[in-house]
Design a protein around this ligand. Sequence first.
Ligand code: ATP
Length: 259
Amino acid sequence: MSKSIEIKDLDIYYDKFKAVENVNMTIEPKSVTAFIGPSGCGKSTVLRSINRMHEVIPKAWVDGQILLDGDDLYGAGVDPVRVRSQIGMVFQRPNPFPTMSIGENVLAGVKLNNKRISKKDADELVETSLRGANLWEEVKDRLDAPGAGLSGGQQQRLCIARAIAVKPDVLLMDEPCSALDPISTLAIEDLIHELKTDYTIVIVTHNMQQATRVSDKTGFFNIAGTGKPGKLIEFDETRTIFENPANQQTQDYVTGRFG
Ligand SMILES: Nc1ncnc2c1ncn2[C@@H]1O[C@H](COP(=O)(O)OP(=O)(O)OP(=O)(O)O)[C@@H](O)[C@H]1O
């Protein structure tokens, strides 16, 4: 089930360093939101704070609220492990577990959450997740082969299958195509389009064409200088951000006049 994300007055720190300041945005369910901006402006940091992965780094913390369909993910008593199962993540480099087979990789997240499932249910889940990730036809005859034996693009779709197998509400993607060739990139972009019918998706991308191709809304982040916190400069329909942004910094960035 797809849910909304509301970020309120969010500051994000690495120990004493404030990496991101005062982020406010509302992300609609069943939409794709792209985060763009120059290196170091805090896109990945914001993304990782949405599923409480940020605090895994020693002394990293946040101030502010992130609401998933109105529930504060940072509220007292909220289990970060449960948050991470509701909000899945796909990383820059495909990272299937190297010693596991394709089928075991799909089930890895489910097993990590201590869910016991029958062989029949497991087989069904492997198939629906791989179909959901547009990988089933390519791997259905070799589910017992190692996940590491797939191509980079196939491995990334396997990681997406692993993420959707736990039936999350949200999928976060941190530059999911940056290690892939153009054909595999298009396959992932097509998949993002399809996944939007079931999930809320947030994607960090350095590729502005990709942002225009896959996203409904875009957030442009910027940084005033080294050591300064990154800020969300503008958040709007992707078309508006790229064709008629309200802010001069956004205009300069999307037209390549930046820096
Ligand atoms: N583990 C960390 N410890 C300390 N500081 C960090 C850590 N990770 C990131 N930072 C700092 O936080 C700031 C934001 O980094 P972040 O990686 O979120 O930016 P980004 O916009 O995603 O950059 P890029 O586009 O290069 O991936 C940077 O100043 C970075 O050096």
